[in-house]
Design a protein around this ligand. Sequence first.
Ligand code: ATP
Ligand code: MG
Length: 398
Amino acid sequence: MSDKNTSAKIQTDIILLKQGEIVLKGLNRRSFEMKLVSNVNRRLKQYGNFHIYAVQSTVYVEPRDADCDISGAFEACRDIYGIVAVVRAAACRKDPDDIFNTAKVYLKDAIENAPSFKVESKRSDKSFPMTSIQLSQYVGGLLAEEFPDTPVDVRNPGFTVHLEIRDYSAYVHGPAVPGAGGMPVGSNGRVVSLLSGGIDSPVSTCMAAKRGLAIIPVHFFSFPYTSELAKEKVIELGHILTRRCGKMMLELVPFTHIQEEIRDNCPEELFTIITRRFMMKIADAIGRLNGCSGIITGECLGQVASQTMESMAVTQEGLELPVFRPLICLDKTEIIASARGIGTFDTSVLPYEDCCTIFTPKHPKTKPRLKDVLEAEKALDVQGLIDEALENIERIRL
Ligand code: ATP
Ligand code: MG
């Protein structure tokens, strides 16, 4: 052991990311892990040059130089799906005195300000000469001498000093904070997500991403009935979502001609349902063109006329891709709480019109019959209108 009185040099301040469910994935685990590491890599690029790798259910984020913004990276990591806990740690040599010296410097303020503390150790390197309990007792004893005003309390400590002995290094840290949970974005395939400017669809989009789906957001706009500001609002929502969903390509679909055709040729009470069927068909086409395996919407049972069980059945009729509605059984209060959590609520409530709210019938059918809807659609060149919209899509990299 080295001299316990040498003043510690903190070698590196690093970030440890504890993997969540992906550790259960058996043989696929490696590919899940690689997906997570590449997501973390992409997400942290803007914070500097980091070495990022996964070992033993943990992703290590080590700064390569002094220019790295560790605090920024730490905050960003909290939003990355596939991680259950995030903690900043100091790395040091696997030597008990070096570990003590590191803890003494790195956690000084936390220990001094805590009502009590204890030390807890874990070692995955079984060749380390002390057991976990011996190491905790050794370092705990030295820390107790160093910080005589903070009593040791092993049952109910105000602060826990964590020591980890791993393959390459020892790590010293305080308590971890919760991560975003879920699975790495892209580890479960890809979907199209219908993104309006409302409160609900950013939440459904994040829920899909949280279960490991990569997202292609699709937005319909009806300029000049909906304003340029409404479009900008959706782009802004898309930018906020990238924190959790990763980089995305937003597809902006011009919808004016379709809506005018519906208004001019279909019975008023069916405007909404036919409009929504067009959205779904276009989403279905975009999804098939981009190798997606489903469509996500922010629909919630009973919220508006188009969100009855009967309406939803008619909207999804004839599609190739399955439609998933993560919010279907949530209450509005629950959805709003989620929207606040993901940071989209304040933008969503900005008051711009959505194309769903133009030409709305006074008495929309809440229980439309498919037969009537198909009959009404005969007045339209459905495929021609869809093709025209697809040809004029505007794409924005988020
Ligand atoms: P939201 O809060 O997400 O706007 P909502 O409660 O206002 O939902 P609707 O306007 O009926 O309900 O929309 C239901 C779903 O249809 C939305 O959650 C979204 O997935 C999709 N949607 C509605 N309008 C658009 C649009 N302009 N572009 C893309 N998707 C849309
Ligand atoms: Mg809406």
